[in-house]
Each structure stands twice: as C-alpha cells, then as structure tokens.
Design a protein around this ligand. Sequence first.
Ligand code: NAD
Length: 417
Amino acid sequence: MSQHINVLDMAREQLAVAANYLNLDQGLHAVLAQPKRQLVVNFPVVFDNGEVAVFQGYRVQHNSSRGPTKGGIRYHPDVDLDETTALAMWMTWKCAVVNIPYGGAKGSVKVDTKLLSKRELEKLTRRFVTEINIVLGERSDVPAPDIGTNAQVMAWIMDTFSMHAGYTVPGVVTGKPVELGGSEGRIEATGRGVIVAAEEAAKVLNMNLGNSKIVVQGFGNVGAIAARIAEENGATVVGISDARGAIYNPKGLPIKELEHRYAGREGGISEYKDAEQISNTQLLELPCDVLIPAAIAAQITEENADKIKAKLIVEGANGPTTPHADHILSDKGVLVVPDVLANAGGVVVSYFEWVQDLQNFFWEEDEVNSKLTRIMRFSFGAVESTMRQHKTDMRTAAYIIGVKRVAEATITRGIYP
Ligand code: NAD
C-alpha cells in the first residue's frame, strides 16, 4: 500500500491545512514546507566474507528554530530521501506540540538488517555515522532509535561520534543503554505515551480503556510495549501483527508471553498457534474499540478507511493514516489521535535523557514516567481544547498548535541575515 503514496506529499498536505487555519504568511509557509538541510551519503561496507557493498543513507534536518534538531535513525530497505524528509518534518511539529525545545530531523539507511551479521551492522552504523558526523552534535542534531535500530545501535553511534571528538559525548544520541548514559524508561516511553494518549482519548468518547478491545499493528518497540501496558491496565488485546503476518483471538492474546517469545524476532508472530492467523489487511479491519497502528506509514488509506471498525485510532507509528483516509474516518465519527501527539512519548523521554546527559545527573524511573505522563496529559488536553475551539479533527488541532509555535519562533528569531 505504502509504495503508491508519497509521504512527503502527505506531510505537506497536512501542513497546508494548518497553514490555512492559521492564515500563515505565504513566505513562512514556503519555509516550513522545505527541510533546512538534506545530506545524502553513499558509503561502502566490507562484509564478513570480504565482499564490498555500497549503501545509501540520509540525514535530514527540517527546522531548528526552537532548538537542536532531533529525530530517529531508521534502517529499512524502502527508505528514501522524501520519506526521511517527511519524517523530519513530522518531528518538528511533534516536538512543538509537546513543547520541548527541539526542531525536527530524521536519518535513514536503505538496508535490510535481516541480511547482516551483528559485526556487519556495527560496521555499517559506524561508517554511516562517520559520513553524517559533520551535521551531528549534542547542541546541533541528536539522533535516536526508529525502525530497525535499537539501544545497541545508539551505543555504536555514541562511541563513533566520541572517537572522532576525542572524548565521550553521551548527549549526541538518545535511546542509549542505561549504563552508557541512557535514561530509565526510554525503551518503554513511546508505548507508554501511546497508552496515556489512548486513555485520555477514551475518556473523550466516554469509554474506559481498561474495558476495551484493542488491535495493534506492529510488534516492535512501540507496538509490543503499548500492547503490554494496555494489557497490564486491564484491556484485552485481540489482534496483533508483525511484518510477516497477524493473529487474532476475540478472547484476547497473552501479550507478555508473545513478547517473551517473538518481540525483536522479525516475522515470528504468526507461528503462535492459539489464535487465528490472518493478514495485515484483515487485522486493520477487525472488530475492536481501539486500533493502534504501530508499524509503518500509509497503512490506513482511502481503500480501507471505510472498513475500519474501531471507534478510536491512536497512531503509534509515524504517518499511518493518509489525508484521504482522515476525511473518511472523520465522517464516520472515528477519533484519530495523531502521531505528532500520540507517539511523542519517545521524544519526550529522549529529551529527558539528553538533559540528564548534559547535567551528568540521572533520574529514577518513577520520576521519568510521572514527568512523561504529565506532559502527555497536558499536551492531549491542549490539543483537545484546540479541536473543540476550531471545530476540527485532532490532527489539524495538533498541527495548529505545533505549526504556530514553530512559525512564531521563526518570526521572533527573524530570518538571517
Ligand atoms: P521496530 O522496528 O521496533 O518495530 C516495527 C514493527 O513493525 C515490527 O514488529 C515489524 O515486524 C512491523 N512491521 C514492519 N513492516 C510492517 C508491515 N508492513 N505490516 C505490519 N507490521 C510491520 O520499530 P518501532 O521503533 O516500534 O517503530 C514503529 C513505528 O513507530 C514507526 O513508524 C516509528 O517511526 C514510530 N515511532 C517509533 C518511536 C520509537 O521510540 N521507537 C517513537 C515514535 C514513533
């Protein structure tokens, strides 16, 4: 599905809607519709068998008016410059919606990590970081994990950057292992934030998340943890999927057991026997109260939006719903909590990690989680009241807040020189 949709067009269409509400100056709109900087790198890696392959990677910084740019690094065979740019733009709005002092960035390498050994993955990471080193820095551009990358990859990024600097620079990347200056609670932060957003949204619909049936697309960092926390809070997770397949049990799936067996193992979930095996397409259309897309972009489109039965969609993934689908869902009365709000928990705790690294002073997990919950609830409330005030959908409301903050920062700073 995602191959036919240019997510950068999608991101620009979403910006145009907000620009219209805000009556944004045309020149300023043009500034915000473009990334500030796009770096494309082609670099070689020597495989374990001695063969050499060349990989393409990107680092895109969208806007730095509100602070250093921040955004994950994705390893996936389908990435390209446009997708990375869209993801960087979404990071700008996300940081502004939850009001943390960052601009947006994203990085990616076109690679299928399943085909690499651990040593090859490390070499690819170190060479990629060396190539994009010129734009990274704890005060300028700070990466984090995304699809296909994890705490180990972040540790290699920190080490490579530090080797070039000549001293240890933990604040150059977030999502690191706790022993290397990572934050307690960072691994779970995005999934935890998704569930806080889901709980708040359920209240808007007079539902109780603890009594609801939930379907989650994607069983990686975001999906598996959101599913586990939802289950811990009393909800029944009836459907779940990964890149290769999906499973359904209307009585509920044992998420902790599934996480123990399959999380981090690409494509294993459909091996689970105590459930009906279905396709990813069927998964999205299952009867449920809440749907959490937590995999890749452009999964809910004009082709399937009408068939979705959930009353509430909480976007764990970035860009899972196309603008066309948004209209269909809005007409059906489905509440969509947009990515720039719903999955912001990850960047909020990345911000906490960065603050801890800069101060060399570390917090306990309870403190991290309670500060995260407070920011998520507060941001949700602000978006909800903007939604009511402008009589619009939640995505547009979040964009009104995010784009306005970035536009005001740009105007107040002035355009250099
Ligand atoms: P991950 O690599 O840990 O997991 C991705 C999951 O999606 C895997 O289970 C994979 O099998 C599955 N998947 C991949 N392609 C799929 C497909 N076509 N259909 C169904 N499932 C598919 O990645 P993640 O970190 O959990 O990220 C998931 C999404 O959340 C991405 O859109 C990412 O940008 C977004 N996100 C992640 C974070 C974070 O902190 N990790 C923060 C904010 C947003």
